[in-house]
Design a protein around this ligand. Sequence first.
Ligand code: C2E
Ligand code: CA
Ligand code: CA
Length: 720
Amino acid sequence: MGFRSSRPARTDGEQLRLALAAARMGTFEWDLTTNSGRMSPELEAIHGLAPGEFDGSRDMMVELVHPDDREEFLAGFARAIADAGRYDTEFRIVLPTGEMRWRTAVATIVTDGNGTPARIIGVGQDITDRRLAEETLAEAQAKYRRMVEQLPLVTYVESLDAESALYISPQIEELCGYTAEEWVADPHFFGKVLHPDDRDHVLGEFANTHLTGDMYDGEYRIVAKDGRTVWVHDVAVRVRDADGNPLYSQGYMADVTARHAAEQALAESRAQLEQRMREIEHQALHDSLTDLPNRTLFHDRVDQALRAARRAGGSVCVMLIDLDRFKEVNDTLGHASGDVLLQEVARRLRTPVRESDTVARLGGDEFGVLASGVATADDAIVLAEKLREAVAKPIAVGGLSLEVDSSIGIAVAPDHGADVETLIRHADVSMYVSKRTHSPAVYSPETDHHSRVRLTLVADLRRALERGELIVYYQPQACATTGAVRTMEALVRWEHPVHGLLAPDQFVPLPEQTGLIRPLTLYMLDAALRQCAVWRNAGYDLAVAVNVTGRDLLDLHFPEQVAAAIERAGVVPEALELEITETTIMTDAARARAVLEALSALGVRLAIDDFGSGHSSLGYLKRLPIDVLKIDRSFVMNMAQRTDDAVIVRSTIDLGHNLGLQVVAEGVETEEALAWLTELGCDSVQGYFLGRPQPTDAVEWIVRRLARRLPPPDERAASG
Ligand code: C2E
Ligand code: CA
Ligand code: CA
């Protein structure tokens, strides 16, 4: 081994003693028969004695032992002798200097030939350093333990292959009601107290960190002894030896139930806040009456649909739906009934459309539909008809059964516009067309131009009235059998300085602009009655027919104004016929009836215009003071082609006669139509075949040729 000592070689005994001295060890011997003993010099040195200083007596031996340990020291000896066994003990000794040290005694009892204990031989070692180290360690441990057990935390130590703790600090009892002893006694305790919802994942995570050596840092619930749920924050680390091998795991658990409760309260109030925000947002984007999306949301959805269509290709169909004469329902039955009606309409509009389609209330009685999967105008019309039918079924409101007609305007992107504003504007234009045609209308650029002109014109109407740009055209109505003209219908025209001659459908205000109707009606009344006076003064037996609207008939002052106009013109009241469309009468029958009765009392004749185009019941008309029924021109014009129209014309003539009314057929365009109507017994005819509406000068020759002469004034007075 290449190791060379510089000293001369020693004997084995010498070497052993050197080794014993180095290990602070010495040997001893005790003779039980003489009760005296001997220590090796090394052991004497441990006791602070010079070699040979130990006198071998029991007394000195006992003297060397620390007084507190003497009793146990002697008892130990006695036990070893009694058992004839081994003796192994640690005790304190006192050095002559007074210093206290620790030594061991490991000995064997040697027996004599009879088996009686004779001698004790053994080894003693100074273990003061080790004891001191152990004490320091124990003190330190006790100190840390005290500290740990004072913390408001539960600390624990866990072996790496166990589920539960080896040690857990007593605070655990405060945390969950179970004592540390209960906890440590059962290796599966932890798993048992874990909240069922957390058990699997927490045990899994722990097992995983034991494997990887990662730190565990998590929160979970445990169920306390009294059933409470306790939230625990648990942090655990792996403790390793100097070589990095994991030894055990240690960690702490803190009760974070209060924090969790606070967090939960916070989360709840945040959720409430969010809910409230959502409600506010919903309110901002929905109509409160029907809960349908409002105009803002509708525009937004159309915008999104257009973007999606631009990206992915495809079309977007927008419809605007307006309820006809809703305002009158509202005015007559009250707002509460109007609301019920709107809610029902909203509900019905949802049925024909897809779940993903949007039905919105854009305001008042106007609704919007954004429909997907509607690519062509034909598809759109099909859907629009379904919507119209859904709305048209009778709705029970305030004890009445109302049939609600609707106008539907349609625009389909990209053909009819690529942005929201254009698309909706074009659907709006079509809606006005639909109002006139009484069927859903798809956008077309021509009608758009027309409608735009119309809107500006309506706005200019008042000025036109003041400037006298409105003129009256007359269309004759003749007796079907004799051909004699008895009545001239006054039809308005506008000689527009820019647009030229305009027909009434281009500017006669829609129900929405009712404020302009009265001035127009009064203007026409005055003009027609004045012209009538001219003809009558020239000796022709002519009456004039003037068109009035529902708005006129709802005003109880209207009869006075008519009376005043008749008086201004100076004609007999019988020379005036007022034409009222059947739909206007049905809207507010009670009020209209009062006005009609007042007018009839004046002596003015009353005609139902466009008969057959609405849904009025003849039974009801019977109770009104009506004199004339004008069959709608659409039936008359189509009589030759459509048998059902012919049937309608024939039965209307019969019905009118049964009610004692004069029947007039409008739209007589051909000789055949005239002949047939004559055969059916129709009283009067009106239409292009007899003459188109024309200005006064142009109808003058008709008046001279076809109007009957009035009897001379004296005869008139006599017969009147
Ligand atoms: P209306 O009261 O039914 O008037 C008859 C309409 O039928 C007139 O159109 C006339 O030109 C047209 N017509 C007459 N005979 C024929 C025919 O044989 N074939 C065809 N295809 N059409 C015929 P106009 O003058 O354009 O008036 C349209 C509507 O405008 C009128 O329908 C009436 O509802 C309204 N209107 C006209 N003037 C006035 C007015 O002064 N006040 C009000 N409130 N409305 C008016
Ligand atoms: Ca008319
Ligand atoms: Ca008519």
